[in-house]
Design a protein around this ligand. Structure first.
Ligand code: AMP
Length: 206
């Protein structure tokens, strides 16, 4: 199954992607995670990516498309994959169409006015990638899955989030129409409990 998870920052793509990748036994490919790993290892790609990510802007297409193109050539992505955070604009979608045949695009829909609070309250586990919201943590600062110390992503501050949301509206939201026209789009309501959203996605994927 070759799937794209679409949705604004904070819509829950990463959380759902982890679970879906496990269920369907396909690799979860997150361009954001790939960039963060590169930043951590101070690679040349990481240095370039950081300057854009810190401002809430998109990393240039030539860098991003090449990363995904190469990743999809790896053996584990042959029978399927779950793309999370890619494509993020029409150009990237057109490039993807040239090297892979996506079957379904799941749009996780959440009202834009709810996203700022969702993202600025997000805490993530750097060890296992699990994500939480402060309101659910009851003051705890450790990951209930692996015990890792939770952190706030550097780009989850209010100023950067505002820029990310504006980039989403201008550049990424037009993908909804793009994939609707291609007959690949399915939409789920992302303003529900994590398990409910998961069930809805599994249902629409059939
Ligand atoms: P994410 O983890 O998906 O929220 O991505 C974090 C940041 O990585 C974004 O705000 C962008 O700066 C960058 N990024 C992730 N995916 C892409 C992409 N497909 N194209 C360009 N930049 C991206």
């Amino acid at each position: 199954m070759k799937i794209i998870l679409l949705g604004a920052p904070g819509a829950g793509k990463g959380t759902q992607a982890k679970r879906l990748a496990e269920k369907y036994e396909i690799p979860h490919i997150s361009t954001g995670d790939i960039f963060r790993a590169n930043i951590k290892n101070a690679t040349p790609i990481g240095v370039v990516a950081k300057s854009y990510i810190d401002k809430g802007q998109l990393v240039p297409d030539e860098v991003t498309v090449e990363i995904v193109k190469q990743r999809l050539q790896e053996e584990d992505a042959e029978k399927g994959y779950l793309l999370d955070g890619f494509p993020r604009n029409i150009f990237q979608a057109e490039e993807l169409d040239k090297f892979s045949n996506v079957e379904k695009v799941v749009d996780i829909n959440v009202d834009l006015d709810k996203l700022l609070a969702r993202i600025t309250g997000r805490r993530v586990c750097p060890k296992c990638g699990e994500s939480y919201h402060v309101t659910m943590l009851n003051g705890s600062t450790t990951c209930s899955h692996c015990g890792g110390e939770l952190v706030q992503r550097p780009d989850d501050n209010e100023e950067t989030v505002k820029s990310r949301l504006s980039v989403y509206e201008k550049q990424t939201a037009p993908l909804i129409e793009y994939y609707k026209k291609a007959g690949k789009l399915v939409t789920v309501d992302g303003d529900k409990a994590i398990d409910e959203v998961f069930k809805a996605i599994v249902e629409v994927l059939g």
